[in-house]
Design a binder for this molecule. Sequence first.
Ligand code: ZN
Length: 159
Amino acid sequence: MAVLKVVKVGDEILRKKSRPVDKITPRIIQLLDDMKDTMHAYDGVGLAAVQVGVLRRIVLVETERGELLEMINPEIIATEGEQMDIEGCLSVPGKCGITTRPMTVTVRAMNRKGEIYEVTGSELKARAFCHEIDHLDGVLYIDHAKMLSQKELEELYEE
Ligand code: ZN
């Protein structure tokens, strides 16, 4: 088990574009395993490789525990509808904001065996797909969110 350090906003690496993975090497497999441990350690529902300092197009999404999606070179191939909800990021600790995202998102990606697959998710899962894939292009949700104030945050956690 290896929990990696999560890069925080302000670090320039978060603004860089990640490179595609052209070959699944033992290093990539190790990275996937370490990213999973890291995401679980921080209780996240998603994590992009750049958040652990690796500029590769790899994201994990696990909106329901035990349903881990490993996405290598993910691409959004279809979206439908719209949703507005609260979003946060492990790289932006202690903050939340409201963003508008598609209600349903279909992603095409590769798994660790090198197989291409497609997956469709709605609500939180669709939001996580968009959020994590944005990371691969240096985009953070705070770029387009209406951030919650300290008071709004406190009220949120009281619920
Ligand atoms: Zn994030």
